[in-house]
Design a protein around this ligand. Structure first.
Ligand code: KPL
Length: 304
């Protein structure tokens, strides 16, 4: 049976554990102890309880389990490397990693550092944490997996089949870098503004927020073009990015974005993973990033 270790017991980590447990051997590794009996409420509103194998990194070291086939890192972007470092001595260097982070921070760093294959996943599965023992799978989505250098197509295919077999529809792709940057563009246009203003995504459609969204899209679209990131659809470049962002805002109008949840909970946000790669790329190409920089500065001021 395939063995999966999942680092990070947030919504996506637990969704993976719930989905993969019936067909694979799965260990969920969190920062602190969680109840083994875990409830998942599925998109149709039904709740089911499963006994998951939940361990802390310290407990994992004592158990010395068989090496995994995949290590999924499902933490926030800023925590990915430290979380891996805490258990890296237990892993053969050739172990495949699967990175589930937003933005473009952990992906290039770990791809460069890790000796084994590094797959990146980007997903539209919607899930949120209710309590230490309960998550809600709010909406089914789709997951794309691939690696940044197009070297591990067969591994990505095997993982996509495994996820799809576990009821998380997935496709292996050779353009994961473009897809990660497309999601980053959406997150850059929505998350900082809703986090700073304390509003739901749909409220961005009202003036004066809409003009600020447009200003972010204009900077982001120019940066994407200079970086050679494919437009998200066949429309003209700027129109394509506008359609992508406004489409997500419409579909997630009632959402409290992850960055707003972080700000409300007094946590560090993912600004470094989302805004910093854009600002760095903008500077590399001598493009204006005044709006992105001012959002980054404003977020830095309210972070703990
Ligand atoms: O991915 C999201 C997030 O909250 O981080 C969006 C697309 C903004 C939906 O809320």
């Amino acid at each position: 049976m395939t063995m999966h270790w999942i680092l990070g017991a947030g919504a996506i980590g637990r969704l993976l554990a719930h989905s993969l447990s019936p067909t694979t051997t799965t260990l969920l590794i969190g920062r602190r102890a969680l109840p083994a009996r875990q409830v998942l409420t599925s998109p149709n509103g039904e709740s089911c309880t499963q006994s998951l194998r939940v361990l802390t990194a310290a407990e994992l070291s004592l158990e010395a389990p068989a090496p995994p086939h995949y290590v999924h890192i499902a933490t926030k972007a800023m925590a990915a490397e430290a979380t891996l470092d805490a258990i890296a001595s237990l892993l053969p260097p050739s172990t495949p990693l699967v990175l589930w982070q937003n933005g473009f921070l952990a992906q290039p760093r770990l791809t460069q550092r890790w000796a084994g294959p590094v797959l990146c996943a980007t997903t539209t599965e919607g899930a949120y944490v209710v309590s230490e023992a309960h998550i809600v799978h709010a909406g089914r989505g789709h997951t794309f997996v691939g690696d940044l250098h197009r070297r591990y197509a067969a591994l990505a295919q095997a993982l996509a089949s495994c996820l799809s077999g576990a009821n998380m529809a997935a496709t292996a792709v050779d353009d994961i870098r473009d897809r990660l940057w497309q999601k980053l563009a959406v997150n850059a246009a929505i998350n900082p503004l809703v986090a700073l203003h304390g509003i739901r995504n749909g409220e961005l459609r009202a003036a004066p927020y809409a003009a600020r969204v447009e200003a972010v899209i204009a900077e982001v679209a120019a940066i994407m073009q200079a970086e050679g990131i494919a437009s998200p659809n066949s429309e003209e470049h700027l129109a394509a990015w506008r359609a992508l962002v406004w489409g997500v805002i419409a579909r997630t109008a009632n959402n409290k974005a992850s960055m707003l949840q972080d700000v409300e909970a007094g946590r560090v946000t993912e600004r470094e993973a989302i805004l910093a790669p854009l600002i760095a790329a903008g500077r590399r190409h001598a493009l204006p990033c005044r709006v992105l920089t001012s959002l980054d500065d404003a977020l830095a001021k309210i972070e703990p």
